[in-house]
Every structure is written in structure tokens, then in C-alpha cells.
Write a protein that binds this ligand. Structure first.
Ligand code: ADP
Ligand code: MG
Length: 458
């Protein structure tokens, strides 16, 4: 700070300077207060007047030579400043384009302290930064590339339609990763408010490049060696983790059984609440984390359980050992589990399937429109828009099966020893199956198919 101010050629008095960051009970982290503190000192020294700063929110980090370096979180700060009726925002030059997404806010984006000082005093005018670009029309790989695997493709359509979680179990090279990467292309593009939400999280994580706001669904693929802070959030500056960067999109966990147990346990809370809570020294930070979970795993360590010519000879015990790495409560949270068998040479020689992502996305969009309309009526708060989010009385009201469906569900719940959570997840999937068909009520056939997706990993 001292160095940056002396770089301006200002004589800083050799006195103690007290900086009061009130209110004291509000926790403060990070270096983005640098610039505000520097401007306050300049005002105390008489280099700026109080009016020059009045009504302006200031964010930025200072380098020793007086340059203002980029900071994270400018987009949400700008939107909050506009909502609070502030006059303007002062930020680093590189952050200007993202700040300009806030309507009705004057943005001063400065490269260094001297040009900022001159701008605020009216000696020199900094150009208004351009608003960050809106990303191009999203493009995704097509499901038409996948040969065979009809069960898994059907499951992808169902999870896309109802925003459910999916676990794929199968040998290496069966197309699990390929299919997961094609789920975002089955989902509707983000609405503008959703795109802004996603971008705000990226901004806080320092990942919003050039202030560009994208309408593509997030697709995050953290490796199983990722640390807990990288996945759930935390570390210095309480950075959002992968679960939050996947907000409104897809979190793909490949090789699920290789993730450490503590990490998998920590995932349960965001899956259930749609929020990642990060504990700090004396407070908590919560980031949105409403993602769709897709996971893939081999049936056993060597991966070839179902193929007698290639399996390791320790079957089936090796598979039980491998799968027992996943806790029951975690497996419970996958609404659909599908077996993905090895693709045969005959499958690969097939002509491309008639249906691609566009046709399936069309059905998904119709099923989602039915859900959105229904939950607008039943849950005017707007907190529910897909079957995956329906709960309690609302779920009971919309997913009550017909008499035959009820009988089947009761029987299966006993046989499969379904937990209460598992039971409700079956109901949600059955509701989605009915919506894909455009059926008014949930009937036995929907319950039967939904139960078929819960037969475990073996
Ligand atoms: N069902 C399939 N249809 C077409 N190509 C496939 C299929 N399954 C696998 N492949 C080919 O095999 C490669 C590996 O697939 P991948 O999705 O990584 O398998 P997995 O994740 O199940 O190990 C792909 O890049 C693709 O070339
Ligand atoms: Mg893979």
C-alpha cells in the first residue's frame, strides 16, 4: 500500500494510519479491499474529495508500482451495487466488462492508481468499458455418435427430463464418458437469469474470462484426486468448488469408486440441499450448488466382471469389495442406475441411430415445460421447477400412482428394502416417465420402469 502510494509521488506522512473496516462482525477476506483503503487514505491526505467517492463501490488489488490488478467477484458486487441504488463501481480495468452487466451502474475501470485519481478528479477521462460478450450459441457433442446402449440412452433422456441423478456401471470403453458429455446437449439452454447466476459463481471463483456470459449448461469433470476444497469449496478466499461451478448444470464424477470416502460423504449435503456450505474460522459461506450428478464406475477393480474371458478370476467377490467403497446413503441418491455393457463389434458396425440429441432434446423440453407449468401452479414461490426438486406434500400430490402402481411400489419397497429417500426418488422418476409420455397420472408401467433403474450396481 505504502509503495503504491509513493509510486504516485505522494509524500505519505510517517504516522500510524488506522483503517477501520466496520462493521467488525462482518468477516472480511481477500485483497480486494486494497484499492478502497488506498482511496480512503488519499482522501484523508486531501488528494481526493469525499464527493469524488460518494456512492461508489470500490474493488481492486494494488501492485507495488500502483497498477490495479484483477480481483474475483466483481459481477455479483456490481449487481448488488446496482440493486442497492449505488451511483457507480470502481474496479480493475480487466474486470470492467463483467461489471457492465449490471444495469444502471456507472463503471470506472482503471488500469492504475494514477489514472484513477485523475479520472475521479476530472483531469483525465477513462473510457467506459464495453459490456462483456454473450457467449456463442452453445454447441455440444451429439448422442448420435453412440452405437447401441439403448438402455443407457433412455436413462439419459429421463434424467435430462426430470433433472435426476444417474450412475452408469460398466467395463472400460463402453461409452460411459461419451454419454455423460452428451447430457448437457439434451438440456434446455440456460435462461438469461440462470446464465447470470452461473456467471456470478464463476466470477467469485476467478473463472469469468473477459466478462463473457455463457448460455451453455456447465459440465464439470473433477478428477478423483481433487482435494476437498477443490470439490466442495474453501481454501484461501473461500473459493467456490466444483459442486458450485456445476450449478444449473452437470457434475460428472468418472471412476466414482476411486474418490476418497470423505469426499463422497461431503457431497451428500449439497446433493440434498442444493447448497455448499463452507466453514471458515468463525463463520460460514454458502454457495449455490444445484447440479445434476452423473457418475460412472467399473463394476470391479479390473473392470471386466461380466466378461469371463477377461475377468481376473476373483469374481464375484472383487466386485462386492469394489462396490462396497460406496456407502448406501450415497448410492441412494442416484435416482437411476444403469448397466452399460461392453459394445460389441456388431454394435459398432451399425449405421448411426435415427435419433440424435436434437430429437431427444425436443422431448425433454416438452416434459420440462409440463413440469414448469405444474409447479408454477402448486409452488408459487418458484423454488421448484423439475420433478427432482418436488418434495413432501407436493410430491405426494403429483406422483401418487394408480392402484396397480401403488401395489407394485409397496411390494418392491419391501423386496428392495427401499429407504424413505429411495422410495421418494422412485416416485419422482415415475412422475418424469409419465411427463415424457404426456400422461396425466402416474400408472403401474411408470412405477415399473422407475423401479427397474434401482436394482443396484451388481
Ligand atoms: N457405444 C459406443 N459407440 C461408439 N463409440 C464408442 C462406444 N463406446 C465406446 N466407444 C469408443 O470408445 C472410446 C472410449 O469410450 P468412453 O466413453 O471413454 O468409455 P468409458 O467411459 O465407458 O470407459 C470412445 O472414444 C469411442 O471412440
Ligand atoms: Mg470413461
Amino acid at each position: 500500500m505504502h509503495a503504491a502510494l509513493t509510486a504516485l509521488g505522494l509524500a505519505i506522512p510517517q504516522k500510524r494510519i488506522v483503517v477501520n473496516l466496520a462493521p467488525a462482525d462482518l468477516p472480511k477476506e481477500g485483497s480486494h479491499f486494497d484499492l478502497a483503503i488506498a482511496l480512503a487514505i488519499l482522501t484523508a491526505l486531501g488528494a481526493l474529495s469525499v464527493e469524488d467517492l460518494a456512492g461508489r463501490v470500490v474493488m481492486g488489488e494494488l501492485a507495488l508500482d500502483g497498477r490495479i490488478t484483477p480481483v474475483a467477484g466483481v459481477l455479483p458486487a456490481a449487481i448488488a451495487a446496482a440493486a442497492a441504488g449505488r451511483r457507480g463501481l470502481v474496479c480493475p480495468e480487466a474486470c470492467g466488462p463483467e461489471a457492465r452487466w449490471a444495469d444502471g451502474l456507472e463503471v470506472v475501470a482503471a488500469p492504475d492508481l494514477l489514472s484513477l485519481l485523475n479520472h475521479l478528479r476530472g483531469i483525465q477521462v477513462l473510457p467506459e468499458p464495453p459490456r462483456g460478450a454473450a457467449g456463442p450459441e452453445p454447441r455440444y457433442p451429439d448422442l448420435r455418435d453412440i452405437k447401441g446402449q439403448e438402455t443407457a440412452k433412455r436413462a439419459l433422456e429421463v434424467v435430462a427430463a426430470g433433472s435426476h441423478n444417474l450412475l452408469m456401471v460398466g467395463p472400460p470403453g463402453a461409452g460411459k464418458s461419451m454419454m455423460a458429455a452428451r447430457l448437457p446437449g439434451l438440456l434446455p439452454a440456460l435462461t438469461p437469469p440462470e446464465a447470470l447466476e452461473v456467471s456470478m459463481i464463476r466470477s467469485v471463483a476467478g473463472e469469468l474470462k473477459g466478462g463473457r456470459i455463457d448460455r451453455a449448461r456447465p459440465f464439470r469433470t473433477p478428477h478423483h484426486s481433487s482435494s476437498m476444497p477443490a470439490l466442495i469449496g474453501g481454501g484461501t478466499k473461500a473459493r467456490p468448488g466444483e459442486v458450485s461451478l456445476a450449478h444449473r448444470g452437470v457434475l460428472f464424477l468418472d471412476e466414482l469408486a476411486e474418490f476418497p470416502r470423505v469426499v463422497l460423504d461431503a457431497l451428500r449435503q449439497p446433493i440434498e440441499t442444493g447448497e455448499a456450505v463452507i466453514a471458515r474460522a468463525n463463520h460460514h459461506v454458502a454457495y449455490p450448488a444445484r447440479f445434476q450428478l452423473v457418475a460412472a464406475m467399473n463394476p470391479c477393480r479390473c473392470g471386466h466382471l461380466a466378461d469371463p474371458s477377461r475377468s481376473c478370476g476373483k469374481a464375484p467377490r472383487c466386485a462386492q469389495d469394489y462396490q462396497s467403497r460406496l456407502s448406501g446413503p450415497l448410492l441412494d441418491r442416484f435416482d437411476l442406475t444403469v448397466q452399460v455393457p461392453a459394445v460389441s463389434a456388431a454394435d459398432l458396425a451399425l449405421p448411426p441411430p435415427a435419433e440424435g440429441s436434437a430429437e431427444i432434446a425436443g422431448r425433454v423440453a416438452r416434459a420440462r415445460a409440463i413440469q414448469a407449468e405444474r409447479y408454477r401452479r402448486l409452488e408459487p414461490s418458484g423454488s421448484v421447477s423439475t420433478n427432482a426438486e418436488a418434495d413432501g406434500e407436493v410430491l405426494a400430490a403429483v406422483a401418487e400412482p394408480d392402484a396397480a402402481g401403488r401395489d407394485l411400489l409397496r411390494l418392491a419397497a419391501e423386496r428392495l428394502k427401499l429407504s424413505a429417500r429411495g422410495y421418494h426418488r422412485v416416485l419422482r422418476v415415475a412422475r418424469t416417465l409419465a411427463d415424457l409420455e404426456g400422461a396425466e397420472g402416474v400408472s403401474r408401467i411408470h412405477v415399473a420402469e422407475a423401479l427397474g433403474y434401482r436394482v443396484g450396481t451388481g
